[in-house]
Design a binder for this molecule. Structure first.
Ligand SMILES: Nc1nc2c(c(=O)[nH]1)N[C@H]1C(S)=C(S)[C@@H](COP(=O)(O)O)O[C@H]1N2
Ligand SMILES: [Mo]
Length: 450
């Protein structure tokens, strides 16, 4: 592995492999101490390596860094040729940034999840290769020339579309988040997952391109007096079928073939997937092959057996699609390490299935006092929104939290407020305030604050 200090952002050390690896962290701390020692001996004051020098600008240091005096080979030699990588790849120095499976979460890797490494991302767009994956029966790389989409049921003209047919139609491009309804589910209990990758990594945000679902339904003469619902079905073995209200289907759903400017990745539904903005991931049916218009909800297996929550009074919540307003601090976050006192840019993400983010407040004292963070543009409906706030760490224990408010005025709840209504036996729709504890030694860990 490369020098872990190379990966220092500000002065936050992302934990190797996103787990709290005590040995590697200790090495990093030692390396830092000996580097500081040398630097001090040279009379350079407090200097630090690589990217970290950005964080030192305010202290007026850095000009004494001996690294600037080196003339490495790349300043003198001939670099590598164009198109050596016909499809570009991240730098080898960034190899730690990966989608990862939570060890022991599922029995087989075909019915499983890989989580987005939110702790290592910037802005609001998730790189396509790091978009989380959730498959119920594995993924396929389907031949687009063989793929078909049928629209039928309570419509005047049933139709079967080829990909070519669909891609000739008027298209739209929209940036939206997709969040699995089970994102952050372990926090219903007292399970403290080690990093934001595992607590919140089933959310991603991309630009999707495709034809509006309303365009297809209108082409087929969907009868809105009879047809109140649309069923979407995928072409994989999971028989993924989900009911969508006609009103929502006509509002902002997209039958999408592209993500972040290129065709969908196979893991994310190539060649066609449904985009249902603001609604939990399960309704974003991948490998979309069939849309049926009907007059009743279908109560399919993924609506009657799964994706329901047991309430304290013994009843079930069903057809709970909307992902309510939520936020999380991604840096510093669980498993990372603050290398010393001083200035930090606290950064995170907020989103709401009901609209845009209006405000994000941040606390560094476990919710006693709050300050309003800066929202970075663009602030879009049903999309991730980046927030930042300045913080000077005094070296004492601290608890970092973020609390988002959306355009409807809804305020992200505390976990005990959520439990008061929902009990503790839920799986889905856990959108409570997340707490990260910073210990005196700089270690950041997942805690629950009531
Ligand atoms: N055909 C099909 N569609 C599917 C699934 C699936 O297993 N098969 N999983 C669903 C679930 S539960 C989620 S959270 C999202 C995940 O989308 P992603 O893999 O692109 O992140 O896809 C949904 N659509
Ligand atoms: Mo999901």
């Amino acid at each position: 592995m490369s020098d872990p200090l190379q990966h220092t952002i500000g002065r936050v050390l992302p934990a190797p492999e996103n787990h709290l690896d005590a040995e590697k962290l200790e090495q990093a701390r030692k390396a830092r101490r000996s580097f500081m020692g040398k630097a001090l001996a040279m009379g350079a004051g407090a200097v630090t390596a690589g990217h970290a020098s950005r964080a030192l600008a305010s202290e007026g240091e850095g000009e004494g860094d001996p690294a600037i005096l080196k003339m490495p080979e790349h300043t003198r030699g001939l670099g590598r040729p164009v198109a050596e990588n016909p499809y570009g790849q991240p730098s080898k120095w960034e190899a730690n940034l990966q989608r990862r499976q939570s060890p022991g979460l599922t029995r087989v890797p075909q019915a499983s999840v890989s989580f987005t490494p939110l702790q290592g991302l910037f802005g609001i767009i998730t790189p396509s290769g790091l978009h989380f994956e959730r498959h119920h029966q594995g993924w396929w790389d389907i031949d687009p020339s063989q793929h078909r989409l049928m629209v039928h049921g309570l419509v005047k003209r049933s139709r079967v579309f080829t990909m070519d047919d669909l891609m000739r139609l008027p298209s739209v491009s929209r940036i939206h988040f997709i969040e699995c309804g089970a994102n952050s589910a372990p926090e219903w209990g007292n399970v403290a997952l080690p990093s934001v990758q595992y607590t919140h990594g089933m959310v991603s945000c991309s630009e999707f391109t495709g034809v509006r679902l309303s365009t297809l339904l209108e082409m087929c003469g969907a009868d809105s007096k009879l047809g109140k619902y649309v069923l979407a079905e995928g072409a994989d073995g999971s028989s993924m079928t989900r009911t969508i209200d006609m009103e929502r289907a006509m509002e902002d759903c997209i039958v999408a073939w592209a993500m972040n400017g290129e065709m969908l990745r196979p893991e994310n539904g190539y060649p066609l997937r449904l985009v249902v903005p603001g609604i939990q991931g399960v309704s974003w049916v991948k490998y979309l092959r069939r849309l049926e218009v009907g007059d009743q909800k279908w109560a399919s297996k993924d609506e009657a057996v799964h994706y329901i929550d047991l309430m304290p009074d013994g009843t079930h919540r069903q057809y709970t699609g909307i992902q309510e307003c939520k936020s999380v601090i991604t840096t510093p976050s669980g498993g990372q390490m603050l290398l010393d006192k001083g200035y930090y840019n606290v950064s995170g993400l907020a989103w709401s299935g009901r609209g845009a983010i209006k405000r994000v407040d941040v606390s560094v004292d476990g919710g006693r006092t709050w300050r309003t963070a800066r929202l970075e543009g663009p602030v879009l409906d049903k999309a991730l929104t980046r927030f930042n706030i300045d913080w000077v760490w005094d070296g004492k224990p601290a608890i970092l939290q973020s609390r988002a408010i959306d355009s409807t005025g809804y305020v992200q709840p505390k976990i005990n407020q959520l439990r008061a209504v929902r009990g503790t036996r839920s799986i889905y729709h856990q959108n409570a305030i997340q707490s990260w504890k910073v210990s005196e030694n700089g270690e950041v860990s997942n805690v629950q604050v009531f």
